[in-house]
Ligand binder design. Structure first.
Ligand code: NIG
Ligand code: FE
Length: 398
């Protein structure tokens, strides 16, 4: 029988408005995939006490993590390029030489679907073991209808087999395919690719940057996606201040991601448009670039999410506890802010209001930590903090 009650919780921590609320000596119950009771154990209704139970032995419980920005379907790796970047070559100059995203496009196109699915499923399984219960996955290493559709087949296969919830995003505007004229590629995205694949995804994303798609090109792609009822996401102001965040705000995008070079006026615009700022400290870490001042971003009132950005180029990392540690130790967030951003913030950026908090009616996505406080996630940044994961009401094995 599947457990449907957590008892003997030392404390659970849950986002409430823009802060974290904690409940001591608690219990949490769920029916199917939905929480139907959460509060002090002394108030647990008698009718729920005989449910199949996991005894938390005084440990802390937090909501399942929502990883709202990943590129985890890819062929090959870019470790050789990583070595060259450590030697001083820039991401942009490697891309100009046919490396970067183009190298992963070639490897992903060449790889059999089953091989891509096996590797992606292994990554998602490791994410789940570390407490992630919802994962957004982008395409963007296919760059034509056949290969973007192949990536969506892989995402579907992962969705069918993974224990966690998967959210697919179309990122065909990630780079210009080699040998294709840029004006022609944007026309093709707008007239053919986005309309052909829109019904297979929840979101459309664009890499808006002077080194990738211009603001005008990005706007054309996003506008056609919006007409197809897709939510919008934008890789914005990552490499330079290119107008991506302002564009995301003007289109009412669900998220603007990276934001390394966003100005205060951009953050203000994001707050007004209800666009979530998705910060990805792994990309700063692996690129050895300055971290975004997340405390300052939070201060503007914009909603903030943090995510792995799992990809083979700029951020090959998989676990949200590590992202939380980076957010606190390198981006200046408080542990409470980082927990909020890794749970409710991620959910808000995916427009999934049924998760990211421990409350009646929310999805039963829960993480039982090893310790008695979520501060351990950054206080002990290399720790193995996860005791049990419950995803959509189902306890993961192990
Ligand atoms: O989020 N900025 C573009 N996209 C990814 C990198 C993808 C890659 O290098 O393969 C990012 O950093
Ligand atoms: Fe990305």
């Amino acid at each position: 029988m599947t457990a449907r009650l957590l008892t003997n919780i030392g404390r659970f921590f849950t986002p409430r408005d823009r802060s974290i609320r904690s409940v001591e000596d608690a219990a949490i119950a769920w029916d199917g995939d939905t929480i139907d009771w959460a509060g002090p154990a002394s108030e647990l209704p008698a009718g729920l006490a005989d449910r199949d139970t996991i005894d938390c032995e005084g440990r802390a419980v937090v909501p399942g993590f929502v990883d709202s920005h990943t590129h985890l379907v890819f062929g090959g790796d870019r470790s050789a390029e990583f070595a060259r970047r450590l030697g001083g070559e820039s991401y942009e100059s490697l891309a100009d030489g046919g490396g970067g995203i183009q190298a992963t496009v070639a490897a992903t196109r060449a790889a059999p679907t089953e091989e891509l699915a096996r590797a992606a499923l292994a990554r998602v399984s490791r994410m789940a073991t570390a407490g992630t219960t919802t994962v957004e996955i982008k395409t963007g290493y296919g760059l034509d209808v056949e290969h973007e559709a192949k990536m969506l087949d892989v995402i579907d296969a992962v969705d069918a087999d993974a224990p966690v919830d998967i959210v697919p995003t179309l990122l065909a505007a990630h780079a210009f395919p080699r040998g294709v004229d840029r004006v022609e590629y944007v026309r093709f995205l707008v007239d053919e690719l986005v309309p052909a694949l829109a019904d297979r995804v929840a979101f459309c994303d664009v890499f808006c940057d002077p080194a990738a798609f211009s603001v005008e090109e990005s706007a054309r792609v996003l506008e056609v996606a919006a007409k197809k009822d897709l939510g919008l996401r934008v890789h914005a102001d990552q490499l330079s201040h290119g107008g991506g965040a302002a564009l995301a705000a003007s289109l009412g995008a669900a998220s603007a991601d990276h934001l390394d070079h966003a100005a205060e006026a951009d953050l203000d615009a994001l707050r007004r448009s209800g666009t979530v700022a998705v910060l990805v400290p792994g990309a700063s870490l692996s690129s050895r670039l300055p971290f975004v001042d997340a405390a300052a971003v939070w201060q503007t009132g914009v909603e903030v999410a943090i995510a792995t950005d799992c990809n083979p180029g700029t951020s090959y990392l998989e676990t949200m506890p590590f992202v939380i540690a980076l957010a606190v130790l390198e981006m200046g967030m408080s542990p409470d802010q980082a927990l909020w951003a890794a749970t409710r913030g991620g959910a808000r950026s995916l427009r999934l209001d049924d998760r990211g908090a421990i409350e009646v009616g929310a999805r039963a996505d829960l993480v039982v930590l090893e310790g008695d406080h979520h501060v351990d996630l950054s206080y002990r940044p290399d720790g193995n903090h996860v005791r049990h994961v419950i995803a959509g009401g189902v306890p993961l094995p192990g």
